[in-house]
Design a protein around this ligand. Structure first.
Ligand SMILES: NC(=O)c1ccc[n+]([C@@H]2O[C@H](COP(=O)([O-])OP(=O)(O)OC[C@H]3O[C@@H](n4cnc5c(N)ncnc54)[C@H](OP(=O)(O)O)[C@@H]3O)[C@@H](O)[C@H]2O)c1
Length: 324
């Protein structure tokens, strides 16, 4: 049976039931199972931030900086800040010392494109500071491009950070967490991982990769005392992602976002990095697997995507953005 058919049948069943069943019948048939599913699904092991050693990749700017700030605000004992730009990491460390004197910021310069550098750097930090309790795979880069625009080198970099960097960081640290039967992995992806997008071919594929990694880690680490959370964020308004410059996505990438996400009404209710970080840590502390942020923007898309995925695909493809 083609996948669209069961969904279409379900829709027909809902319409027929709504026509013939009394209200209590509808509640019993759909409401109670949905409520039970809502309460039981999308769960992972929860982890408190207070007292935890938290490692954040991509902590030199944007969302990573905000996640590090918010962890310190919630009482993390140490925040290990990973990225390439040392002076920016030092600045974030100074900020944390300023408002959270009980938290020890640790600056850890590392190019996450290099798996050997990741292993060596993380071994050294574990030796000196102990195993992180919570690992945040946040670092990411990449431009919105048509398939023929991506050079081999740019494509490799776009997949390597975020996707392979998250694999390697988790691969190095997970065995230590498993031994202690304690820990949490927070993976950051974007709403580019929910459907097919024009002119975001490799960028979007890397985000789907992070989504797949989080789902598989969730299954693989279940029963080992380690929780996994996937932060799925729509546009975050105040990061350096769409800035110009080497390694940045640039304004051209921003102009290629789906028309619906460029609408001023959507922009007006988009989250800042600080708001997104609060939602992400709420999810880790509350034991949520996939955090859709902001919920009012991404939950409707998620529900529609489960029922009629081609409708979401068609809507995000409306208009000119990214058309050749
Ligand atoms: N901005 C958005 O609208 C948005 C929406 C949804 C999801 N996200 C996700 O949020 C994450 C953070 O992005 P952002 O928006 O905060 O952008 P950002 O301000 O550009 O931050 C990206 C971070 O990744 C680090 N990074 C990039 N390449 C690296 C490498 N090779 N080695 C080590 N660190 C590297 C950068 O640090 P250095 O340059 O100092 O190395 C920087 O700290 C990304 O995974 C992105 O997909 C962003």
């Amino acid at each position: 049976m083609p996948p669209a058919l069961p969904r279409a049948l379900l829709l027909v069943l809902v319409v027929v039931a709504a026509r013939w069943l009394p209200l209590w019948g509808l509640v019993a048939l759909f409401g109670l199972p949905l409520l039970a599913y809502g309460l039981l699904a999308n769960r992972t092991r929860r982890h408190a931030v207070a007292g935890a050693r938290v490692l954040v990749t991509g902590a030199s700017s944007g969302l990573g900086r905000a996640l590090a700030h918010e962890a310190a605000r919630r009482g993390a004992s140490a925040v290990i800040l990973v990225a390439r730009r040392v002076e920016r990491l030092e600045a974030v460390a100074d900020e944390i010392r300023g408002f959270a004197p009980a938290c020890t910021p640790v600056v850890l310069p590392c190019d996450l494109l290099d798996p050997e550098a990741i292993a060596t750097t993380l071994d050294a930090v574990v030796e000196e500071h102990g195993t992180p309790d919570i690992v945040v795979n946040n670092a990411g880069a990449g431009a919105w491009e048509h398939i023929e625009e991506s050079t081999a080198e740019a494509a490799r970099r776009m997949v390597d950070v975020p996707m392979m960097a998250a694999v390697h960081v988790t691969r190095v640290l997970a065995p230590r967490m498993i031994t202690r039967r304690r820990g949490h992995v927070l993976c950051v992806t974007s709403a580019a991982s929910v459907t097919g997008l024009r002119a975001a071919v490799v960028y979007g594929a890397a985000r789907w990769g992070v989504r797949g990694l989080a789902w598989n880690l969730r299954a693989d680490l279940a029963g080992r005392g380690i929780g996994v959370t996937l932060l799925n964020a729509a546009e975050v308004t105040d990061t350096e992602y769409f800035a110009e410059g080497p390694g940045r996505a640039g304004a051209q990438s921003h102009s290629r976002l789906p028309m619906v996400f460029q609408h001023p009404a959507v922009k007006a209710v988009s989250y800042t990095s600080a708001q997104t970080a609060v939602a992400a840590w709420d999810a880790v502390e509350g034991g949520t697997f996939e955090a859709l942020v902001p919920g009012y923007m991404l939950w409707p898309i998620d529900v529609l995507n489960a029922l009629v995925p081609d409708a979401v695909y068609a809507v995000v493809g409306l208009g000119d953005p990214g058309k050749r």
